[in-house]
Design a protein around this ligand. Structure first.
Ligand SMILES: [Zn+2]
Length: 132
């Protein structure tokens, strides 16, 4: 099964709980943005079984390290993860506490004027915060 490979590649033992995490994360075409706490709640609801926050936490971080998930830090207290690991922009709705993908066609050219010696820009990802 493809999830078992994903877990092994990430240095994780394929336990029942971790396979449930994979199913929630990867068994969809839709992009999924989530915090660790939201993911824990969703797994509990979908599977009707117990899962420890620590398991969710270490599985998500192992996937992130391996490049299966992308981390999107919103501020010092909130980190979101994204199942879409390509470079892309986001709206962040401050009231709903929700991330929304922006397509590249939704954003015009971004012009970064400052240069750092010896460095070049690898990617530009914009986080646009929305309020009422
Ligand atoms: Zn996204």
């Amino acid at each position: 099964m493809k999830y078992i490979e994903k877990l092994r590649n990430s240095g994780l033992r394929p336990t029942k709980q971790r396979l449930q995490i994979c199913d929630v994360l990867f068994n969809t075409d839709k992009t999924f943005h989530f915090t660790i706490n939201e993911l824990e709640q969703k797994i509990k609801k979908q599977t009707n079984s117990k899962i420890s926050l620590a398991t969710v936490y270490n599985t998500v971080h192992a996937f992130e390290k391996k490049g299966y998930l992308k981390q999107i830090p919103i501020n010092s207290s909130e980190t979101y993860f994204d199942t879409n690991v390509t470079d892309h922009h986001h709206f962040y709705d401050l009231k709903e506490e929700k991330l929304i993908d922006l397509e590249n066609s939704d954003v015009g050219p971004i012009n970064i004027l400052k240069k750092i010696n010896g460095k070049k820009i690898k990617s530009v990802e914009v986080l646009v915060k929305l309020e009422e």
